[in-house]
Design a protein around this ligand. Sequence first.
Ligand code: F6P
Length: 285
Amino acid sequence: MSGTDTVDDVVATIARSAIEIRQGLVGRRGKADVENPSGETQAEADIWADELLAERLTSIDGVAQYASEERSEIIDCEDEAYCVAVDPLDGSSNLKSNNTMGTVFGIYDEPLPAPGSALVASGWILYGPITTMAYARDGTVTKYELTGGEPSVVEEDVTLPDDPLVYGFGGRVPDWPADFREFAREIESDSSNKLRYGGAMIGDVNQVLTYGGIFAYPALEDSPRGKLRLQFEGNPIAYLIEAAGGRSSDGSQSILEVEPTDLHDRVPLHVGNAELIDRLEDVLE
Ligand code: F6P
């Protein structure tokens, strides 16, 4: 984290900015009356956090592109090398109720939109009771606590616990396809599993990273690509969970193999312990 290359600089900048983003949420909890490219009403904080990250990340040497869930167009920079995709405030609908939210980032070595196989690093910041970061690079996951100074490592070589404990599934049950409903019923009826769903993907996926289990925002009857965005949410999450020994799937293949057609593509997202994702794929076949 000492800023030895562009990737380190990007991650250090995001980690530093996260402290300011957290503080800047006060007074920015209202709606901005504008929609993001996915048709969701933006919070004032969504726009502010996006502008803050765009300004800082585009000025780093070696950053070629900045893209965000909160803006339609990519910002192209003069440098070449790495393309950074962020969801500045994942789960910002939790702002009103003051529940968990996060910041998600993916660093690609191909122009966006790019497949997850082009990621060289990814991570997320969790604005929980304290601010933490989970970061994956070179097949290794590290957890940090962020206080404003140098990020402090709390755990290295993080892997998903072997015995899965938690599950969280997004979307309304009546909107789930019958095969996913069948899978969910199987998981729920296993008495070793506990429901954990907070409405912010990062909070829910971080529970899976901590306790083992499965998080999904599946395909829906009227939205076969689900809700979550491939570049900004699906790929970074999948890269980190796979680096932690888990699996990701769009229903039939790793999320990292999904070829994007548009910057704001959506993807059905399922991540967690490998045996649960294997079972899911069997049911969805
Ligand atoms: O991407 C937006 C998001 O807020 C995710 O963080 C979260 O998992 C999902 O939407 C929640 O959606 P819903 O309100 O449909 O449960």
